[in-house]
Design a binder for this molecule. Sequence first.
Ligand code: GLU
Length: 900
Amino acid sequence: MKAVAKLFVFVLCLECLFAETPIIGGIFDYDDMDSKAALLASAKRFEFAASIKDVSRRGAILETSELVCQLAQEGVIGIIDGTSGRSTEHVQAICDVLELPLIVLQHNDLYTRNWSLINLYPSPTAFNMVLEKLIAAKNWHNFTIIYEKGHSMIKAQDLLKLSNPIEKEAVSVRELSGDDYREVLINAKHSGYVNFVVDCPSNKIEEVLLQAQQVDLMADEHSYIFITPDLFSVDLARYRYGGVNMTGFRLTNIQKDEELWDFTARYNEETGYSLDPENMKTKILLIHDAVKMFSKALSKVAATAASLNCELYESWTYGSSIFNFMKTNKVQGLTRSLLFDGFGQRTNVVFDILELTPAGNQTIGTWSNNELVISRPIVSNAEIAEETIMKNKTFKVLISKTGPYAFVKESSQKLEGNDRYEGFTIDLIEKIADILGFSYEFEVETDYGTLDPVTKKWDGMVLKLREEKADFAICDFTITAERQSGIDFSTPFMSLGVGILYKEPSKQPPEMFQFMAVFSDEVWYNMVLVQSALGVVMIFVGRISHKEWQNPVPCVEQPEELSNQFSLANSVWLIIGSVMQQGSEIAPIALAPRVITSVWWFFTMVIVASYVGTLVAFLTIEKNVMPFQTIEELYAHKSISYGCKSKGSTKQFFQDSSNPIYQKMYEKMRRKGWLVQDNDIGVDLVENSTYAFFMESTSIEYVTERHCDLLQIGGLLDSKSYGIGMKKGSPYKFLIDGALIKLKETGEIQKLKDIWWKEKRGGGKCGEQRKDDDQQLGMKHMMGPYVVLGVGCCIGIVISTLDMLWGVFKRSVKYKTTFKYELIEELKFAIKFNGDIKPVKRPPKMSGSVEALAEEEAKDEVRSLRSIRSSDTNKTHHSHRSRHSSSSLSVAFARRRDYS
Ligand code: GLU
């Protein structure tokens, strides 16, 4: 079995050797997943293969030795020992024999100068020196050294010498053991010392802090110096406001190291964590630096890997060259310059000295070239008043030239610096700066920032904030979950959602017969029906009411016949007259027709009142016929293209949406190239083509105040807010939040919004125009009634013409003249316009006495009178009865006529 395993390892080694990818060996405790991931990520970064061996138990010397031999057989170019326990001594001994370069990552108490290895961890001497100087700077006269059992106090041993009873300087020592440190801590507290130097492994920091807080050792009067350089990789937020002073070291330069950001991203990818560079533990960074050292050495020493056998005491030809190169050549790692003394111990370490303050972590000085340089006076936390930390500082503020948030000022003079810009966010930051007393300078950045899903790299404003190339970003900067994973946002200063900007469809004037729309078709049909039915009822009721039968010729006392006014024409005239609110001369006499007429009048009163009441509203409706009302309808529409800003939260909203329609819309926008670079281009497209633009509602509000032909269609698709961006864990967030809340409460933000949205740069234009439009009823509203009038008149003229022609025809037949002659005569008379009496025409060839003729005419007159009587009855006729006979009446009429 063992032989098979060896064969397998051998085959594997051969494969690797032939593949020519150098292998770096790593030995780690089996549960040290983070270190293993760090080796894998670093190996990938420097194009190595990594062979990792797990030690199943701490200090398992034999097992570790066996693993080293396995690695040697695999042909590794060097080994990184991440165990750094007792077994390191054996590892280095084997590596020494095999001449395999060995890098260790932690201090080892067993270390002696004849060890052949490189130790990347800062030497204990460096710690002793920096601690001594720091304690002097802090002016501590007594303190307690707290260390973890199993670790020597080697990094702080020189401090013991500071104890001096004559000068009343005292140092006490406490050892932490097990998992419960409370008893030791309580004892330390009772000693009365309030200053502590703590030396514990980085994975114990949180527990120590927590238990110290539990025993009330984290108050204003307490000060700590932590020796491990990992203090500030831990989240210390809970201790920030307690007043405790904590000082620690940091090996990396977070702000200026691009490599660190890159490695953090790779490491996060490998582990699935989402750490920031400042959360990276020293050991992880040292693994990276170790691999980098191998990479640098291999680039200088042309070495080929070889499989080595421990049992044969083989040694690697290139091992010592690589080892010496690494020891003597300076490499710039994530933990700054990697320099070593002749024994492979790291020298000239550079530390940042950090302090936890209520305003966050602050660098108070640096340790470099064995010198402590304090850049900020050591003061108590109470003195670092929150309000003062921004005072008199100058911050770089990122802005975007997007209206109304920031514009370039229009001026005839050449403007410089911050004066070049104006806008809502420019005024807002000015107000915040007034409150907090800081100054600022603007930098324009068009890209707000997104995370590349493949490279996991940020860009735009987010990147600049993260890399501390700028302090704040203020624009229409939407707070998104993704961005919040990379930076911090202030409390929101404006709320919004995504809306659809579209061209207002030209208003359709009301239809010509809009006045008909007041009632539904059903009501109109029923009215016609009711009127027809009522006409019939009136005729019937009129005929059976005996009072309605009247003498047609009142002057004849005993008429031979009676006439009834409720003919079809009269009934319809009465009905229509009342509907039109005009009445008619037809007046029912009998009770029954009067009752029916009264209820009809009542009915018409209600109908007309309802009609008039609603008519104005109907006439003034100008319909906007929208091609779509919702986003779904827009999606279904074939001829309207749509899009949004190509980089920003709106695009992200569509891209990440779980709604299949939004997803498809995003795909279409992307495929068809409908995404635009900025809002202005989008607005332009909406105005000049068939294009709908997805825009944030606040910006839509701004645009529709100035472009009166544009409007927002439908509601908002989501809800979010704008905030001021700043780096993660920014010490200023708290203060900026406070200032923003103050400005919100006093209504200042709303005031600024009103100014920049509704007043400045063309605001308020559309409101006025819309009001004017609303007031009057124009010809377009009244066209229908005019048309009805015109058509009615035309029909009237046509009927009267036909009537006239009929009359002319009848006369031409009666008097045996030509139709043309009669027509000319008729027209001649009609266009004379003088007098309202028309002579009856008689044919010139007609013979007979005047009396006979008069008799004939009289018959005609009586006939016509009868018809007038029945069609045009009025009360005067009824009350006034003549006693003249029909013949004498005819004679009288004939006498009045003027025969030609
Ligand atoms: N406010 C957006 C952002 O922060 C930009 C505009 C947009 O995407 O519509 O990315």
